[in-house]
Ligand binder design. Structure first.
Ligand code: ZN
Length: 242
């Protein structure tokens, strides 16, 4: 694995003009696809022609509702002909069909789509993808992707749960969601308060935070100054090298 480009480090509200959740890993994996996907592609001049597979963590709009725009872009701008794989939780095809039927019904495309409902493990070319349930929406999955040299893991949205420990164990690059400063009872997201509490339980080689806003990024940076190993907040356009 070589590089992960951050196309969206923000929350559902686009706080501080951050994009909705989206990462491009090794040019071929698009991981989550919020509705800001194309504006961020334009902003950072990212080539989407090598994308082969889209991975969806859950069906909230800020993670999934960019897919129809991406399909339009592939069809009309890139004139794509190659098959596209869309991998996600159970019902990924049904959810895609409902979204397309609503906003671009009867769209004809010149490339085929293959939907993969991932149960646990899936091999894609030289990559091994492992899905681990998270605690957010019923279908929520975190992903860990390995090739022969490196590993990458992403929680998607989640509240704290012990699966995060196994998802991140010894991984090279880990991205965890961080939504609030203080813990909010009954929230389905993570806070800095909780991550300070649980930070020692998770042992990735490098930890990054997404789904946040500028003031929260600043808090993480201040913490990292005090505690060398705490982690790094993401921002849009950032490139993570393995
Ligand atoms: Zn969500």
């Amino acid at each position: 694995m070589k590089e992960c480009i951050v196309l969206g480090s923000g929350n559902a509200f686009n706080s501080d003009a951050r994009g909705h959740c989206c990462f491009l890993l090794d040019e071929i994996f698009l991981i989550d696809c919020g509705p800001t996907v194309l504006i961020k592609r334009e902003e950072f001049k990212i080539d989407f022609s090598k994308i082969k597979i889209i991975l969806i963590t859950h069906f909230h709009g800020d993670h999934f509702a960019g897919v129809p725009f991406l399909i339009l872009y592939f069809q009309y701008i890139l004139k794509r002909k190659e098959k596209l794989y869309i991998l996600g939780p159970e019902n990924i095809k049904k959810q895609y069909d409902s979204l397309m039927d609503l906003i671009y019904p009867n769209l004809q495309i010149d490339f085929s789509l293959e939907f993969i409902e991932i149960q646990e493990d899936y091999d894609f070319e030289e990559y091994h993808i492992k899905a681990i349930p998270m605690l957010h929406k019923e279908e929520s999955l975190g992903y860990r992707i390995n090739d022969s040299q490196n590993s990458f893991a992403f929680t998607g949205d989640t509240k704290w749960n012990d699966n995060i420990i196994s998802l991140f164990k010894d991984v090279d690059v880990a991205i965890i969601e961080l939504s609030f400063k203080e813990k909010i009872e009954n929230s389905s997201h993570l806070s800095l308060e909780e991550l300070r509490q649980y930070r020692n339980k998770i042992q990735p080689k490098k930890l990054f935070f997404n789904h946040l806003y500028d003031e929260l990024s600043k808090e993480v940076e201040d913490l990292t100054k005090e505690n060398f190993n705490f982690g790094t907040p993401l921002y849009d356009g950032m490139k993570i090298h393995f």
